[in-house]
Design a protein around this ligand. Structure first.
Ligand SMILES: Cc1cc2nc3c(=O)[nH]c(=O)nc-3n(C[C@H](O)[C@H](O)[C@H](O)COP(=O)(O)OP(=O)(O)OC[C@H]3O[C@@H](n4cnc5c(N)ncnc54)[C@H](O)[C@@H]3O)c2cc1C
Length: 456
């Protein structure tokens, strides 16, 4: 394959792995981002990526791509305390190599810092600090990007600009988007010396579905973990959770969070971190007429698809796209437009179903929080199918692969008749023990104090 000059805009997980992967295939890469990088080992403000300090779980699909493309970064993550984990518990590594099928417990900062270090040292990658303002085109092809008054010429332009980026959005057909209906409030804690994470039912996160909200705990690297409340955005009363006193009162009252954040076990290491609105979005590569708008231009990662983060799928769906694009560029060395068409078709088949699944599941969750009963006559949403496995474990061979993302949501239709039977019998998934949303709102109102200072 001819050596290409590639401009990658966005040095988040998608852009970093793409840049290193392309450089290691012999291409010359300019990696553009306006973020200056970490200020120190423990400080990285990361303005523009609002979720950066919120909890992230790294699914096996994401770790598999990292291990394939940037094994040196994975070794560094593990050396810095990131924990490989599978269903049986923490798994040993040999020389920092994470076994196939394992996910990773880590703060996102640790993962991204090591990816960035590797990219900065990679001989074929030149990092460019600045904001890309425009994609340059000539004779119907992408020819590079403009960064301030600088022109970066390129044969291929990858836009990995994340959920907040809008560069060249006018070139492709409008995306689809729906509010997830929830917002995050989270805080990171560190275990006290000698303390351990409590036992967990699921390796990368522990989820508690309450009446009107959800509580989740994510263990990370080095004894650090995040406690999270995913609150309904329609209920303004819980916005006060951003106040330290309100958050701590809630953390003491919600059983899962109380166990983890017990002051005898752990101390907070960040302020309370409020989050913005969350959307499920999907946007393909093509223009409204279904054509490649500018041969040589590719959108990747969150710029294509975002899903409700409580399921922890975003980095997996982003890096799966990267892996596919790298393979397609090898398969279509002469024509990047063919690679883009093939990527778009693959995303429609393999990524879009997760977006559609979230639309249905998120709407159903909001309905349940509003007291709407399950209608057994209607095809059940995926979360209802997964819940039904509590009463009928014979569903697990179908539900398990969906939960771990090794099978697409459509595979669940095979068990819909049995699941509908279960709901028709009157069984309903319960909420876990703990305050209802009204009780939590009362507690929050009684405890609100000054807002926490910004995290830096
Ligand atoms: C609250 C929350 C929690 C999440 N939790 C999880 C989780 O548990 N597990 C999981 O797998 N996923 C999770 N996700 C999803 C995950 O964060 C995203 O999938 C991931 O950030 C996508 O990476 P990206 O590189 O595509 O985009 P980003 O990480 O958004 O990176 C985009 C980069 O592009 C840069 N940029 C944008 N425009 C320009 C420009 N014009 N010029 C120069 N630079 C530019 C930005 O500065 C940024 O560095 C979560 C998301 C949210 C919102």
């Amino acid at each position: 394959m001819d050596v290409m000059d590639v401009a990658v805009v966005g040095a988040g997980p998608t852009g970093l792995v793409s840049a290193v992967g392309l450089a290691r295939r012999g291409h010359r890469v300019a990696l553009v981002d306006n973020d200056p990088g970490p200020a120190s080992e423990e400080r990285w403000e990361r303005r523009g990526v609002m979720q950066f300090h919120h909890p992230h779980a790294f699914r096996p699909q994401a770790v598999a791509v990292l291990s394939g493309e940037v094994p040196d970064a994975v070794r560094a993550m593990v050396a810095r305390g990131a924990e490989p984990i599978d269903r049986t518990g923490t798994v040993a590594t040999t020389g920092g190599v994470v076994p196939a099928g394992a996910g990773l417990r880590s703060r996102r900062m640790v993962v991204e810092r090591e990816l960035r270090r590797v990219a900065e040292r990679e001989p074929g990658v030149t990092t460019v600090l600045g904001r890309a303002d425009a994609v340059l085109a000539d004779r119907g092809r992408a020819r590079g990007v403009r960064v301030g008054d600088r022109r970066l010429d390129a044969d291929l332009v990858l836009l990995a600009t994340g959920r907040a980026g809008h560069l060249a959005d006018d070139l492709r057909a409008p995306g689809e988007s729906a509010d997830c209906g929830v917002a995050y409030v989270s805080r990171q804690y560190r275990l006290r010396p000698g303390a351990a994470f409590p036992p967990m039912g699921f390796p990368v996160l522990e989820f508690a579905g309450h009446d009107g909200y959800a509580a989740v705990v994510f263990p990370h690297d080095d004894g650090v973990f995040s406690a999270l409340i995913a609150r309904p955005v329609t209920d303004a009363r819980l916005t006060a959770l951003r106040h330290e006193a309100a958050w701590e009162a809630a953390a003491r009252a919600v059983p899962l969070l109380a166990t983890w954040t017990d002051p005898g076990r752990a101390v907070p290491v960040t302020p309370v971190l409020p989050g913005g609105r969350l959307h499920n979005t999907y946007r393909g590569q093509l223009d409204p007429d279904g054509r490649v708008p500018l041969p040589g231009l590719v959108f990747l990662g969150d710029a294509v698809c975002t899903t409700n983060p409580t399921a922890g799928r975003g980095i997996a769906t982003s890096l799966m796209q990267v892996e596919r694009l790298l393979a397609l560029l090898d398969e279509h060395p002469a024509d990047a437009a063919d690679a883009v068409l093939a990527l778009d078709a693959w995303c429609t088949e393999r990524i879009r179903p997760w977006y559609e699944d979230h639309l249905a599941v998120d709407a159903a969750q909001l309905d349940r929080w509003a007291g709407v009963d399950v209608d057994p006559a209607r095809p059940p949403t995926s979360d209802l199918v997964a819940a039904a496995a509590q009463v009928d474990p014979s569903l697990m061979p179908v539900v398990g692969p969906y939960l771990d993302m090794s099978a697409l949501p459509a595979t669940l239709t095979a068990v819909h008749p049995r699941v509908q039977e279960i709901y028709a019998s009157g069984w309903r998934p319960g909420f876990v023990r703990g305050p209802t949303v009204d009780e939590l709102a009362e507690l929050v109102a009684a405890s609100s104090g000054p807002a926490a200072t910004a995290f830096a």
